[in-house]
Design a protein around this ligand. Structure first.
Ligand SMILES: Nc1nc2c(ncn2[C@@H]2O[C@H](COP(=O)(O)OP(=O)(O)OP(=O)(O)O)[C@@H](O)[C@H]2O)c(=O)[nH]1
Ligand SMILES: [Mg+2]
Length: 450
């Protein structure tokens, strides 16, 4: 629970529904003066937590609209302070008039994410849960929705708290041992300590793995399709996206611009980027296309490197893609090969494919989801953010440094200190220790009214 600084005690208002026309629009008011604002708009306050029909008045007591009111007094609300929701007719002018009325009656316009920020500051949600609200709203696939909802309900936070508890248990053990220096401590013959170290390591690696997959589920992946001209890159883009997005011709050098398509592979959001074929001695326009291709490759999570399975191996291009970038090799036009030629000549890492008949597409999709560490079993998957994965990795690094110090140098004090740092990194995920800067950055990315 965080101390509530004075500035958040004022009463805020914002539309909770998106702008535009619709059946209903919701205006939400939250804060210590919500009731007095509500009294002026409604004339009298409805029974808490009951849907009540009311006329909505402006500051000069002129009727604006009528609709349903919900009143959540005290702390039993989304924000942890008194909340009133006005459900009026869904027209932008009506919503704006209600907003102005609330401001005339003493509320102020809410900043983006301010309702959720209050929920966090009032201890209704931890930081990872609050972030999951924005992620849920922004989800690009049905699987991402389910996973973000799990994070919102605290599945990810619980895993982090469990890990923190494991670290605390280990800390207590180590600190108790070093607090009795008169006794000769041999850490390495302390079986209970070694067991706790192992448990901690397993819990760390398991959560890191799940959080990394959760980050990919939230953010998606970018695959850049690259290769020599005419190998079928654009045909592959069109096949996977189910659209005639890129021009396909038998002329080498057809694609010059970067073409992006967003697709959903078993719930994983993937951005496919088609590029100009890479070759030496291109014309001036093509050269610009190749420059753009190389540029976009720098931003890729992985490359789909397309080859023509009917052509002899001629990988003459020096450094076709950035080093260290994962590459999935595709041998396209496999439909034109006779059976013998279907065997990959060099490695068995490549996927035989036909962008014309669709042969091999399932294998390619599996390779993409496997690359993401993504399993569509649905069970237990949750979303995570890059900052969570970074914090987890930092915490794990501290753990590893501390463990090495113990095992190599019997340095229990160093392990104790590193575990303290690990615990501190982990607590940034759920926001137990977070700077105002970080909070400001996180909540300002929310939409207005959330
Ligand atoms: N038979 C067969 N033809 C294919 C296949 N994939 C692509 N093609 C043909 O190969 C030619 C080149 O295809 P594109 O998709 O334009 O190739 P690209 O790699 O985008 O070429 P550039 O944009 O010029 O670099 C076209 O005539 C396609 O119809 C395939 O799997 N089988
Ligand atoms: Mg092309």
């Amino acid at each position: 629970m965080h101390d509530r600084p004075e500035y958040i005690r004022d009463t805020i208002v914002a539309p909770a529904t998106p702008p535009g026309k619709g059946g209903v629009a919701v205006v939400r008011i939250s804060g210590d003066d919500a009731e007095s604002v509500g009294l002026k708009i409604l004339g009298d306050m409805p029974k808490p937590r009951h849907a009540s029909k009311r006329i909505f008045y402006d500051g000069a007591s002129r009727p604006i609209d009528s609709g349903i009111v919900l009143y959540f007094p005290g702390t039993a609300s989304y924000t942890g302070e008194s909340v009133i929701e006005l459900q009026g007719h869904g027209g932008p002018i009506i919503t704006n008039m209600l907003l102005e009325a609330a401001i005339e009656c003493g509320a102020r316009r809410a900043a983006p994410g301010e309702f959720s920020q209050r929920a966090f500051l009032n201890g209704k949600l931890d930081l990872a849960q609050a972030e999951a609200i924005a992620d849920l709203i922004d989800s690009g696939t049905a699987q991402a929705v389910r996973a973000a909802h799990r994070s919102l309900t605290g599945v990810f936070s619980l895993a982090v708290f469990t890990l923190i508890e494991t670290v605390i248990q280990l800390r207590l053990h180590v600190e108790a041992a070093i607090d009795f220096p008169e006794e000769e401590i041999d850490f390495l013959s302390d079986q209970a300590l070694l067991t706790k170290l192992k448990t901690c390591e397993v819990t760390f690696t398991d959560l890191l793995h799940k959080a990394a997959a959760g980050r990919i589920l939230r953010d998606g992946l970018r695959f850049v399709i690259a290769g020599q001209p005419n190998v079928g890159k654009s045909s592959l883009l069109n096949y996977l996206s189910g659209q005639d997005a890129a021009i396909v011709t038998e002329v080498a050098g057809t694609t010059r611009d970067i073409i992006r398509e967003q697709i959903d592979i078993e719930g994983l959001s993937v951005e496919l980027v088609d590029t100009a074929g890479l070759r030496d001695n291109p014309d001036r326009i093509e050269a610009e296309g190749i420059r753009k291709a190389r540029e976009v490759m720098q931003t890729a999570d992985a490359i789909l490197w397309v080859k023509d399975a009917t052509a002899p191996e001629t990988e003459s291009l020096a450094e076709p893609f950035p080093p260290d970038l994962p590459v999935i090799v595709i041998r396209n036009k496999i439909d034109l090969c006779d059976n013998d030629a279907r065997e990959p000549p060099t490695s068995n890492q490549s996927i035989n494919l036909s962008a014309k008949t669709g042969t091999g597409m399932e294998a390619l999709k599996s390779a993409i989801t496997a690359f993401a560490g993504y399993e569509d079993n649905g069970e237990g998957a949750f979303t995570a953010r890059r900052r969570h994965v970074v914090a987890l990795q930092q915490a794990f690094d501290h753990f590893c440094i501390g463990r090495a110090a113990l095992i190599d140098d019997r340095a229990g004090e160093i392990l104790a200190e590193e575990l303290r740092l690990a615990q501190s990194s982990l607590s940034h995920i759920t926001g137990d220790f977070s700077s105002d800067d970080l909070l400001g950055r996180i909540f300002s990315e929310f939409c207005i009214g959330k």
